[in-house]
Design a protein. Structure first.
Length: 63
């Protein structure tokens, strides 16, 4: 049984954007996994796991 996607949550040290990547997208993004979708800077890791209560504050980066 699956409870849905797991996510990696980040914030950008450059532009301040909050974003998340789904675990299953690691192969699709490769080295770009964890990068800010707006400015391309490496995101600062916050946490990973199932959706968190503040989930809607984070932009979901999609393929």
């Amino acid at each position: 049984m699956s409870w849905g996607s797991g996510f990696f949550y980040y914030h950008c040290p450059g532009c301040g954007k909050k974003f998340k990547y789904a675990v299953e997208d690691i192969p699709d993004f490769g080295d770009r996994f964890g990068a800010c979708p707006d400015c391309g800077a490496a995101g600062e890791y916050e946490q990973d796991g199932p959706r968190i209560p503040q989930d809607l504050e984070y932009f979901e980066v999609e393929r």
